[in-house]
Design a binder for this molecule. Structure first.
Ligand code: ZN
Length: 266
């Protein structure tokens, strides 16, 4: 980071303020922010300030974007980049929040060359070098333990799109191996699609079977919302995500559980 950028960020952090009580409520609302250490929470708070300084969160369809909405979106979005940095969200500036599902319209050509016009209700959408669009009703479903999290889903797509079209293959760090990533994800994706095709009950949202890009986004939701389940189901994928996100949400939970046990004994 350049000297000027560092100076500017330090200045934003110094000037920015949001209600500490509202921040405490936001952190307490999601198990995956609650599980953060004091140091991680402080870094998350700083990232959220910078995120809200650089990105605009706008309402659409009659949605009023209050501070609790901005903080809920920013806090969850910044958990993904807690150890990556805000530059991972470079190249776009806007988050649009609808009160509920919104209708996306698009055209596509089928194999026979027929053009179709589609109108589809969506809970979230990410545009390459464009906005992230989310439904607040769906944001409010996060943190309930079901592994569902529309904010994490859409921002995982943003990370995936850093190196082009979304394909479940975000830019890997030095020291990570393309072959290990591909092997883990391909094996898991093929297994998952077989399970879904066979009508099996999967612990992971079956929307993940849609494409490798959706698999990466849904698996990222599970990584933060249900890390123990993901770690048991697809340990190789979990290990790759620990390297990619540079954090281990399952260790936070088991570490905490061990801590509680110790406290109970003494
Ligand atoms: Zn998606």
């Amino acid at each position: 980071m350049s000297w000027f950028k560092r100076w500017r960020r330090a200045r934003v952090l110094k000037q920015a303020a949001f209600d500490p009580e509202l921040w405490a409520r936001t952190v307490a609302r999601y198990p995956f922010t609650q599980a953060l250490s004091a140091d991680e929470r402080e870094r998350l708070r700083e990232l959220v300030i910078l995120f809200l300084h650089e990105k605009a969160v706008h309402g659409a369809g009659g949605m009023k974007v209050r501070d609790d909405v901005r903080l809920a979106v920013a806090a969850q979005a910044c958990v993904l980049i807690l150890n990556l940095g805000l530059d991972y969200y470079r190249g776009w500036v806007e988050v649009i929040v609808y009160p509920d599902e919104f209708v996306a319209e698009y055209d596509y050509m089928d194999e026979a060359g027929v053009l179709h016009h589609v109108e589809e209700p969506m809970s979230g959408e990410s545009w390459s070098r464009g906005p992230v669009i989310i439904s607040w009703a769906d944001v409010e479903e996060a943190g309930s333990g079901g592994g569902y999290n529309v904010v994490i889903h859409e921002f995982a797509h943003k990370l995936d799109m850093l190196n082009g079209e979304p394909n479940g293959y975000p830019p890997l760090h030095a020291g990570m191996h393309r072959s290990a990533w591909s092997a883990a994800f391909t094996r898991a994706y093929e297994h998952f699609c077989r399970e879904v095709d066979g009508g099996a009950e999967t612990p992971i949202d079956d929307y993940a079977a849609e494409s490798p890009a959706e698999f990466f986004a849904v698996i990222s939701e599970a990584f933060f919302e249900a890390p123990l389940t993901l770690g048991e189901t697809y340990p190789d994928v979990y290990a790759q995500l620990v390297q990619f996100y540079r954090q281990d949400p399952a260790a936070r939970l088991t570490g905490q559980a061990a801590g509680r046990e110790t406290a109970a004994i003494t």
